[in-house]
Write a protein that binds this ligand. Structure first.
Ligand code: ADP
Length: 371
């Protein structure tokens, strides 16, 4: 099959790495000729936000998909009208890519998500709004950018004058994620729930671990959410649902990504099949893969060190290679910048405690700096 993907970042790269074990042609559209996927795909330089670029790219493909949601959804809808298969559907991407539409979708389908109001800008800020709240830009948010907590009236000078969602602040106990795959035949398969763990020393959310340490009631709430979501979205695809478990034991949907997700990377070695294999199965409407876990698995993002910009150098990887059941994945990015995701390391262990210890230890071994 001719599989076209909008976006050529690390998600596309890892999708291709896995898919190369089969016999398909994988095409990538990305504005950057040295993006992580360019060298291992049939590459087209172009803008996935541009109507004409997306339309031209999609012509003649058997299926078109995405590895980033900030794409031209109108062009995808036109491709659908012209008979090109688009997964996930143009409609589902259009709903998810705008925070306001996404929140209204949860409300309409009675999927629990924090209470919210919407504003077009500063001038229609609701007088009855309680503090604190979370402001989320309607479009353009990514990796925590476009999200801010407004604690009180004083903070209002920081308020972004743009269309936004104003959301109640959740008292978070754990941040969880569940990835669900839906194929065209209507089969669904859910990955075991993963958990973001804060680094106790740095207070940074930087490990993703699986399985999550949650009780049966929490699992039941999540499975109800997955069932409602899978019906409501009405589209094949692979979706990552980011969740909050609050301190009262209630689960809320934070947001959904209509694509492969950072919270599923440990599935590369931790599960019988990875999210990348599952995505491949979804795009070809094949039987969905078994997602069972073999042991505890965790992932550490390798991000560019503060104060370092330029040609990348990875320090400590040879030491990491001497660790058992530890797997390095680099994204082929030539330049590092502070906070840029450059790679990740997956670790397998026999217990949660052992896993957390080993993640902390490996984290201390590596550094992403500029030469
Ligand atoms: P992004 O899409 O940029 O990753 P998110 O919507 O996931 O942004 O928000 C980033 C982080 O902000 C979340 O992981 C969470 O820690 C915090 N956050 C977002 N919404 C809320 C909320 N309603 N209550 C408390 N914290 C929140």
């Amino acid at each position: 099959m001719k599989i076209g993907i909008l976006g050529g970042g690390q998600l596309g790269r890892m999708f291709i790495q896995n898919a190369l074990k089969y016999d398909d042609e994988i095409y990538i559209l990305d504005p950057s000729a040295d993006c992580p996927s360019a060298g291992i795909s049939i590459f087209t330089k172009g803008d996935f936000n541009n109507y004409d670029d997306v339309l031209a790219f999609g012509a003649g493909k058997d299926v078109v998909s995405i590895e980033i949601e900030h794409v031209n959804a109108e062009a995808l809808a036109e491709l659908e009208r012209r008979g090109v298969k688009v997964i996930p559907s143009a409609q589902s991407i259009a709903t998810i890519q705008q925070k306001i539409l996404q929140k209204e979708f949860y409300k309409k389908h009675e999927i629990p998500s924090p209470a919210f109001q919407t504003v077009q800008g500063k001038e229609d800020f609701p007088s009855e709004r309680n503090f604190p709240f979370v402001q989320k830009l309607n479009t353009g948010g990514y990796d925590g950018k476009g999200v801010q907590v407004i604690k009180n009236e004083v903070d209002m000078i920081e308020f972004w004058d743009a269309p936004s969602v104003l959301e109640d602040l959740v008292d978070i106990d754990k941040e969880l994620s569940v990835i669900v795959a839906i194929n065209e035949s209507g089969e669904t398969e859910t990955f075991p729930i993963t958990e973001m763990v804060a680094d106790p020393e740095l207070n940074l959310l930087d490990f993703n671990i699986c399985p999550s340490d949650i009780d049966q009631d929490t699992r039941d709430q999540i499975s109800a959410i997955v069932n409602k979501f899978s019906k409501a979205i009405n589209s094949p695809g692979l979706f990552a649902i980011e969740l909050f478990l609050d301190t009262q034991g209630k689960v809320w949907v934070n947001e959904t990504a209509p694509r492969l997700h950072n919270s599923g990377h440990q599935s590369q070695e931790g599960n019988a099949n990875s999210q990348f294999e599952q995505m491949y199965r979804v795009l070809k409407n094949l039987p969905l893969a078994d997602t069972e876990i073999h042991a505890y698995s965790g992932m550490l993002n390798l991000v560019g060190e503060a104060g370092h910009s330029g040609p990348v150098e990875y320090q400590g990887l040879t030491q990491v290679m001497q660790e058992p059941e530890t797997y390095i994945h680099l994204y082929g990015k030539t330049e590092t910048r502070p906070g840029r995701k450059m790679g990740h390391i997956n670790i397998l262990a026999n217990s949660r405690e052992e896993l957390l210890e080993r993640l902390q230890a490996v984290k201390k071994m590596v550094k992403v700096v500029s030469r």
